[in-house]
Design a protein around this ligand. Structure first.
Ligand SMILES: Nc1ncnc2c1ncn2[C@@H]1O[C@H](COP(=O)(O)OP(=O)(O)OP(=O)(O)O)[C@@H](O)[C@H]1O
Length: 642
């Protein structure tokens, strides 16, 4: 009722994201199809990453440039080494002491370049971390703005799980990609190239010797990593399945335990985990063997052997000096580490692709646009005009036209799955109809600002959805500026004030932490919340259906007070509770099949069938029917809230 209102008021409508906007809708990813095609998933992930990183691409480029400069400076120690070697050798050959001033100059230059390298590297890292923080803020703002305007129907449990994963895990994965990968990969690419270039400058034969084993390394690596991108995409899909099973298992644990099915539910999770383990093992075992073999050809011992043995031969031949050999051998030793960093970063890049895909998909959620200007609502009748609504292929509301007259109570009744909840929640704009319109006082809901809509329509659903905040804040959720007196008056009318005063902190008691409530108490707080909003239109999901008789009587009194003078739509689950409604609307497979008062509907086959199902032998027999009428009158008293 009001949480969306509070967010929606703050969040700007995302540009170009209105529901039904064809090009944007067309842009949405079919994640299920991508899961089945790892290659396509990898491609889509790269495209998603480019899209996400666009706002910080300039900053990341600056980070890369600085990191590249720092990598070039990595050559300095080797230049200094060659120079020192040359100075010492010259002095030795001349039988003189080396020139200490020149030696000091070389050492100072070495220190300065080393420091310069560090400064540039950390500056680059600082800049990319800044970009990461900025991107995080931009993405969080965009996610909040999108979700604030997404239809409430979108917030199914699956989507809540997806949002949680995106916010908790995927934004963290992006951190590596934005804050570290640009600096590390640039450094790991530029540094070996600069070092190789310098080795070639020292002596082209020594330069080639330094990388002599690398072609073999590259071939072995390329072979063992050949499916890396697609396998990584597949790994993400399988891991998501395991975590979905885990979430399903944990969230359904109560019912699973209650029905003694822990073993069965656990088996589904174990199967998914085993499948993942089998896949991972089958992928990683040959990968590790190939990787170990390729690493062997660039192992320090192999590199030293090749470079020192080859270098010694070249010194013997008089082509190069010993300092040159030591320098290029040292260069050869640091090259594999850089190549490894590139490998790790490119894997992080592939992992981030899947995360980027999920983030972009959430950002592309179609939103319900709402105008800013308030509409003058002179009346508060509700009109459904040829309304049709489907969940995917399931038609839930089929061409319904209906008017809820101002100040009257209409009860929706029908078999389970007949579309009662869907029809009722369309009044609160949980979503827009696929066809037709819903209007209040002649104004289409699509023309009402969100805040005005939730001031006009309040709802009390079966699940009261209390938050872990104080009782007072829970009651004032829909009208945060409500006075203490308004809050207490609402609680009194909802028959819950006495109980709240017995709580340890009274109205300041934090629900969930300090105390927990029974279903009936929670319902009455939800009713108090609706009373505080004081909306002229009220949607009521037959709130008393699952509470004990004692609570039921109190809830009933609270509801009687709540419905007074309002336009009320009640989703009824039992015919007995609708007898007193001004109008009863019978739904069947999304269509209105009958409507009228209880007396008018007596004898109507759909209505009678509902009575037969819930109260066999007790169905009403029409206004003139003796037995049925008596019973109906008796029930009128019971159910006159509706
Ligand atoms: N989130 C959803 N996703 C897909 N289908 C849905 C969803 N919610 C409802 N449906 C389907 O839409 C149809 C109407 O459902 P709805 O919940 O509106 O009926 P109902 O009369 O309120 O049922 P109940 O009395 O059992 O609550 C049903 O076929 C249902 O399976």
């Amino acid at each position: 009722m009001s949480a969306p209102q509070a967010i929606a008021e703050r969040a700007p409508v995302p540009q170009d994201r209105e529901r039904g906007d064809a090009p944007e809708d067309g842009d949405r990813f079919d994640l299920a199809a991508l899961d089945a095609d790892p290659r396509a998933k990898d491609r889509a992930g790269r495209a998603a990453m480019r899209e996400l990183l666009r706002p910080v691409s300039g900053t990341l480029m600056l980070g890369r440039v600085l990191s590249g400069l720092s990598a070039v400076l990595a050559v300095a120690p080797y230049v200094a080494l060659v120079d020192l070697g040359a100075q010492l050798l010259t002095a030795w050959n001349a039988g003189e002491a080396p020139d200490s001033a020149r030696l000091m100059l070389t050492v100072n230059i070495l220190l300065a370049t080393f420091l310069g390298r560090l400064v540039l590297y950390f500056l680059a890292l600082g800049i990319t971390h800044f970009a990461d923080a900025r991107l995080g803020t931009i993405l969080r703002d965009r996610i909040v703005a999108t979700l604030a305007h997404a239809p409430l129907s979108w917030f199914s449990s699956t989507n809540s799980g997806r949002v949680r994963k995106v916010i908790q895990d995927d934004t963290r994965t992006l951190h590596t990609l934005v804050a570290h990968a640009p600096v590390e990969t640039t450094s790991a690419t530029v540094m070996p190239l600069a070092l190789f270039a310098y080795a070639m400058y020292v002596d082209w034969r020594l330069g080639l010797l330094a990388v002599a084993t690398f072609p073999l390394y590259a071939i072995l690596q390329a072979y063992s990593m050949r499916d890396m991108a697609t396998k990584t995409a597949e790994m993400d899909t399988r891991l998501s399945k395991v975590s979905a099973m885990m979430v399903e298992f944990v969230s359904g644990i109560t019912v699973v335990k209650a029905f003694g099915q822990v073993g069965k539910a656990h088996r589904s999770y174990s199967r998914a985990a085993d499948e993942f383990a089998d896949f991972y093992l089958a992928w990683v075992s040959p990968l590790m063997r190939g990787s170990a073999l390729s690493m062997a050809v660039v192992a320090p011992s192999v590199l030293l052997l090749v470079n020192l043995a080859g270098g010694a031969a070249m010194v013997g031949a008089g082509w190069v000096g010993p300092a040159d050999v030591v320098t290029t051998a040292l260069i050869a030793l640091v090259l594999p580490a850089s190549v490894e960093v590139i490998g790790t970063s490119s894997w992080a890049y592939q992992l981030a692709g899947a995360s980027a895909l999920r983030i972009v998909d959430i950002l592309r959620t179609p939103v319900l646009a709402a105008p800013a200007g308030e509409v003058d609502l002179a009346r508060h009748d509700v009109r459904f005009d040829h309304v049709r609504y489907s969940y995917g292929d399931t038609l839930a509301v089929d061409d319904v036209s209906l008017v809820l007259k101002e100040g009257t109570t209409t009860a929706l009744i029908g078999p389970s799955g007949s579309g009662k909840s869907t029809l009722a929640t369309l009044v609160a704009r949980f979503d827009d109809p696929d066809a037709g319109s819903v209007s209040i006082g002649g104004a289409d809901l699509r023309s009402l600002p969100t805040a005005q809509l939730y001031r006009t329509v309040a709802f009390v659903l079966q699940d009261p959805q209390l938050l872990r905040i104080s009782v007072r804040d829970n009651i004032a959720l829909g009208r945060p500026d409500a006075s203490e007196e308004d809050i207490r008056a609402a609680a009194r009318e909802a028959q819950i004030d006495d109980f709240i005063m017995t709580l340890p902190q009274g109205y300041d008691t934090v629900l969930g932490d300090d105390t927990s409530l029974s279903g009936g108490q929670a319902q009455r707080i939800a009713i108090a919340r609706a009373l505080v909003v004081d909306a002229p239109i009220l949607l009521l999901d037959e709130a008393t259906a699952f509470t004990d008789p004692e609570s039921e009587a109190e809830i009933q009194r609270a509801l009687d007070r709540l419905v007074e003078g309002r336009t009320v739509l009640v989703i009824a689950h039992r015919p007995a509770s609708v007898i007193g409604a001004d109008r009863i609307v019978v739904l069947d497979r999304g269509r209105v099949v009958a409507s009228g008062t209880h007396a008018e509907l007596a004898g109507e086959p759909h209505y009678e069938a509902l009575w037969d199902q819930t109260s066999p032998g007790a169905r009403p027999r029409g206004p003139a029917g003796d037995e049925g009428t008596d019973r109906a009158e008796g029930r009128d008293g019971e159910g006159d809230h509706a």
